[in-house]
Design a protein around this ligand. Structure first.
Ligand code: ATP
Length: 253
């Protein structure tokens, strides 16, 4: 189904269509639809646009990627459905690795996602043959490529769960998360979390990275406080809801 561009919720409906197509094609897990719904609810509260705190978080995320020796983007089914071209563009801009990593892993799903990423322009996609494990994780998400996530000093994990974020941090990696829910364990555990919708966040990170030298990146990272950034994301929602409540109370003409 094509969603008419004139529809007021065009982008949101387009995303749902992409995910439903992904489930039909067998590379998005049905559970991914539920995760997306949770994200959508938070996006409604945020205002369905990149907030000022998210812009600052995207700059810090860009700094971590620019500063890294060996950064890898971890891709799951939802990310492959929603923004394969943005992942490819980020890979071109930053020269980072791209690895498929799935909670509901099967060789068939990995292969379909790898093909989809390659069709969008990603190169050397890892994850089909994971030889290493992330210590402390029991699920198939622990399986990683030795020369990919296992060796990376910085991992960008859009739409991650809290356990894996924590396990990657425990390995000493800088973990950059993208997650619309400022209350999630992922956002609380990540080294840097961008509280924004993934299709907006990845281009924002890429644009911020364009402007950063390595020296500047180090300065940005020195000045970044992840708890303050999370508080700013919560304040953004609180202030927005306060304004909306005032509007609702004010007498209509
Ligand atoms: P945690 O373990 O971190 O507490 P969780 O149990 O909510 O999180 P999941 O069920 O894996 O973890 O959900 C994935 C997260 O991804 C959710 O917090 C949701 O807000 C977020 N999310 C879903 N879709 C998007 C999207 N398109 N852009 C950004 N974030 C999203």
């Amino acid at each position: 189904m094509t969603v008419p561009e004139s529809h007021p919720r065009h982008e949101s409906l387009q995303a749902r269509e992409a995910l439903a197509d992904g489930v039909e094609d067998g590379y998005v897990a049905p559970q991914g639809l539920i995760a997306h719904g949770r994200g959508e609810a938070f996006d409604y509260l945020i205002g369905e646009a990149t907030s000022p705190p998210a812009q600052r978080q995207a700059r810090a995320a860009a700094a971590a990627l620019v500063d890294a020796e060996n950064a890898v983007v971890s891709v799951n089914g939802n990310v492959a459905a929603l923004c394969p071209a943005q992942v490819a563009s980020l890979q071109r801009a930053l020269g980072c690795g791209v690895e498929v990593n799935l909670f509901h892993r099967s060789d068939e799903r990995v292969s379909k996602i790898t093909d989809r990423l390659a069709a969008a322009g990603c190169t050397d996609v890892l994850g089909a043959d994971p030889q290493a494990r992330i210590p402390g994780l029991d699920s198939k998400r622990a399986l990683v490529a030795e020369d990919g996530i296992h060796e990376a000093d910085c991992v960008l994990v859009p739409l991650e769960d809290g356990d894996r974020t924590e396990a990657l941090v425990a390995m000493g990696k800088t973990v950059v998360a993208v997650d619309l829910n400022p209350l999630s364990r992922t956002v609380r555990r990540a080294s840097i979390a961008v509280v924004d919708e993934v299709t907006r966040a990845l281009p924002a990170i890429e644009e911020a990275a364009d402007d950063l030298t390595r020296d500047e990146a180090a300065t940005v990272l020195d000045g970044f406080d992840s708890e303050q950034a999370r508080a700013d994301a919560l304040d953004h929602i609180r202030q927005r809801l306060g304004r909306l409540a005032d509007d609702a109370r004010s007498p209509r003409e």
